[in-house]
Design a protein around this ligand. Structure first.
Ligand code: PGA
Length: 249
């Protein structure tokens, strides 16, 4: 049975005091839910968030990591460093990493393998750009992003993978894919995984939707059968909004 998940990607927002205040407020307001709830503050505030959320149901996850074990990679963070502060889940392939930091499918394939080698859980993000959708290439683009980074993995790796479909045109734009567009793509993703691996893997992988999810649209998007939750950017920065989104699942 796949899990329902609501995750907040805080991106480059919230200083230390703000991070601590937000996690404390979230913990206090967290509704009773079957969903897994995750938050992803920036690297420098991860350890503090972990410590504030000791014993909480809210899990702290990282926004990125490097593929090397250690060494001369100025400015980078390794899997071991994350594990050492109690983080076992990492977002990889976010469209902002792809667009602004040159992360290609090939680089992401190495990061995925590095995280799996350390028994980390991966939240793998992918999604088409507006041009791809306008030219009716969105299914092809999504399939190739999945194939290039994930399809040569051992089938056993899939128990450590969460997928997050995030159409680039919907991220931070206020424009959301309609629940029907999300469902159509999520069903396609599941079918693509079933073809590449098997039905069991496809049925058990959680596929989150991301892109301008808000309290007002979360419930309808989450009600679709192949949408297992959301990766939330802007609305995850306000406790009441994030809680309202969790309540939508
Ligand atoms: P958004 O971001 O909710 O602000 O559109 C989603 C994301 O980038 O994960």
């Amino acid at each position: 049975m796949r899990s329902k998940i609501v995750a907040g990607n805080w991106k480059m927002n919230k200083n230390l005091a703000e991070t601590e205040a937000l996690v404390i407020e979230l913990e206090a307001k967290l509704p009773n839910t079957d969903a897994e709830v995750m938050v992803s503050p920036t690297f420098v505030n991860l350890a503090s968030a972990v410590s504030k959320l000791q014993g909480s149901k809210i899990k702290v996850i990282a926004q990125n990591m490097h593929n090397a074990e250690s060494g001369a990679y100025t400015g980078e963070i390794s899997a071991d460093m994350l594990l050492n502060i109690g983080i076992d889940t990492v977002i990889l392939g976010h469209s902002e990493r792809r667009a602004y930091f040159g992360e290609t499918d090939e680089i992401l394939a190495t990061k995925v393998k590095a995280a799996l080698a350390k028994n980390m859980q991966i939240m793998f993000c992918f999604g088409e750009e507006l041009n791809d959708r306008k030219s009716d290439n969105h299914f092809k683009v999504v399939e190739s992003q999945l194939r290039n980074a994930l399809f040569d993995l051992d089938p056993s790796a899939w128990s450590s993978i969460i997928l997050a479909y995030e159409p680039v045109w919907a991220i931070g734009t206020g424009e959301t894919a309609s629940p029907e567009q999300a469902q159509e793509m999520h069903a396609f993703i599941r079918k693509t995984i079933a073809n590449a691996f098997n039905n069991e893997i496809a049925e058990n992988v959680s596929i989150l939707y991301g892109g301008s999810v808000k309290p007002g649209n979360a419930k309808e998007i989450f009600s679709k059968p192949d949408v297992d939750g959301g990766l939330i950017g802007g609305a995850a920065l306000v406790a009441d909004d994030f809680v309202a989104i969790i309540n939508g699942i």
